[in-house]
Design a protein around this ligand. Structure first.
Ligand code: ADP
Length: 457
């Protein structure tokens, strides 16, 4: 038996709402370009366009060894990165879990912990320097990837605006992050000088540029989404940058906030429900339609809607499916990749992981279609921000490379192919000149490159 007319008409109706025509994409792109211009000319705009103070583009020929620290979530990562020229890189790294106590306690404890970890790393891992007694200027240069909102005023200066992602150390907000880290290094006698502070998108862009000097854009599709690109310094009208020898600066777009006014994004009732129930309603609207943290929840909202109308699972949900964020974005990946005749992998997720009492093949086909709609729309929206940057930088004709990091991009089936297809619809044959590739773990390498570029000044 096939699906009933009521099922078909419901799912087709939802599909229509998730559909993003090339005309709609063009409208979104136009608005995105306008918002970029606004953000470049004034502070405090919806799309903040934050200057990174990273100037200069890696050539791939740089050589030297630098340290990198990455703080932004569950783990603190410490890397020693050796650039060997011709795009070749060697990395050693160590990870430490950041405990809940450290995330919430006084900030000097968090930064002392970081300094201790660096000290441990240096004594266990590095071969390349031994700081000789009495020689004080042979300090290791360190680039710091700090993925929280920061108001940056120089390559090595930036004030924490607000903690996110579960960090709350009460006395750190409005303080200079580099200063706090440097002071801890001093307290612990760790021979390190913090020369650069970067966002993870900036790091991803830099690391990809080292391998491919034609790189224009760095993107994260992980828990959240954001992008950075090389901008002509005179176009960043809101800053007065006096160094005439530099032509380009990386700008961190912070595009998750795009269209939080809800002017052009085609929000459905499923998106609005997610936003209303989130811990930051009205914020990060674009991110909520695209990134790993949210795609599962949008899908869950669709499924619950169909269940409530008795069009799915015979009207039965489960305790698990009723729980917020229980439908993980990984499930979408598995379901979209499920090519078995009877959708067995999908069945496992629904019946074994989410404890739905029983499912029919038609139920599972409907679930798969819901996942496809959500995943396809996310990829097409992603192509819009990418296209807007290419248009803004006048690179549609000549093409560019794009480095992308994040589990969503790495693991979600067809994500990259769907972006490419949308770019073809928008740009025709010129789309072939846009090279999109995975830039895994780029942020550590990028922070080290930022430290190197800063040291060259
Ligand atoms: P982060 O952005 O936190 O640094 P990641 O790039 O690993 O780290 O992104 C984590 C996000 O990716 C999570 O929201 C998770 O839901 C999503 N994710 C992880 N694995 C997959 C997968 N196989 N398919 C789709 N999404 C995934």
């Amino acid at each position: 038996d096939g699906a009933s007319d009521a099922q078909l008409s419901a799912i087709d109706g939802i599909a229509k709402e998730f559909d993003l025509t090339v005309e709609k994409l063009s409208e979104i792109i136009k608005h995105f370009c306008n918002e970029m211009d606004k953000g470049l000319s004034k502070n405090g705009m919806t799309v903040p366009m934050i200057p990174s103070f990273v100037t200069g583009i890696p050539t791939g020929n740089e050589v030297g060894t630098f340290l990198a620290l990455d703080l932004g979530g569950t783990n603190l990562r410490i890397c020693e990165i050796s650039f060997e020229g011709k795009g070749a890189i060697k990395i050693k790294q160590q990870k430490h879990k950041v405990t809940e106590n450290l995330k919430a306690g006084p900030s000097h404890q968090l930064f002392d912990f970081i300094a201790d970890c660096v000290d441990k790393f240096l004594s266990e891992y590095t071969e390349f320097v031994t700081v000789q007694p009495g020689v004080h200027d042979r300090k290791l240069k360190l680039g710091f990837t700090f993925s929280f909102p920061v108001e940056q005023t120089a390559i090595n200066k930036g004030t924490l605006i607000k903690w996110t992602k579960g960090f709350t150390c009460p006395d750190a907000e409005n303080k200079d992050v580099v200063f706090m880290l440097q002071e801890a290094m001093k307290r612990k006698n760790v021979p390190v000088i913090v020369t650069a502070l970067v966002n993870d998108t900036v790091g991803t862009l830099l690391s990809h540029s080292y391998k491919d000097p034609n790189t224009l854009i760095g993107i994260i599709y992980g828990t959240g989404t954001n992008g950075a690109y090389f901008e002509d310094i005179p176009k960043i009208k809101k800053i007065n940058f006096s160094d005439d020898s530099q032509k380009k600066m990386i700008v961190n777009i912070e595009w998750g906030a795009f269209d939080s006014e809800k002017k052009v994004l085609p929000l459905t009732m499923f998106d609005n429900k997610l936003d209303r129930e989130s811990n930051n309603p009205h914020y990060q609207i674009f991110e909520k339609m695209i990134s790993g943290m949210y795609l599962g929840e949008i899908t869950r909202n669709i499924l619950l809607h169909l269940i409530d109308r008795m069009l799915l699972f015979d009207g039965y949900s489960s305790k698990d499916l009723n729980r917020h964020y229980s439908f993980e974005t990984e499930y979408l990946s598995t379901i979209e990749a499920d090519e078995t005749q009877t959708l067995d992998d999908t069945k496992k997720i629904l019946e074994e992981l989410l404890n739905i009492p029983s499912t029919t093949l038609i139920d599972r086909q409907i679930v798969k279609r819901a996942c496809q709609m959500v995943g396809l729309r996310a990829a097409r929206l992603s192509s819009a921000s990418l296209a807007a940057i290419l248009i803004h930088c006048d690179k549609v004709e000549c093409g560019s490379s794009v480095g992308i990091d994040g589990s969503l991009f790495e693991f979600y089936p067809h994500f990259s192919a769907r972006i490419k297809k949308a770019l073809q619809e928008l740009f025709g044959a010129n789309a072939d000149k846009i090279k999109i590739s995975l830039a895994r773990d780029g942020s550590g390498v990028g922070a080290a490159l930022a430290a190197m570029l800063a040291a060259q000044k």
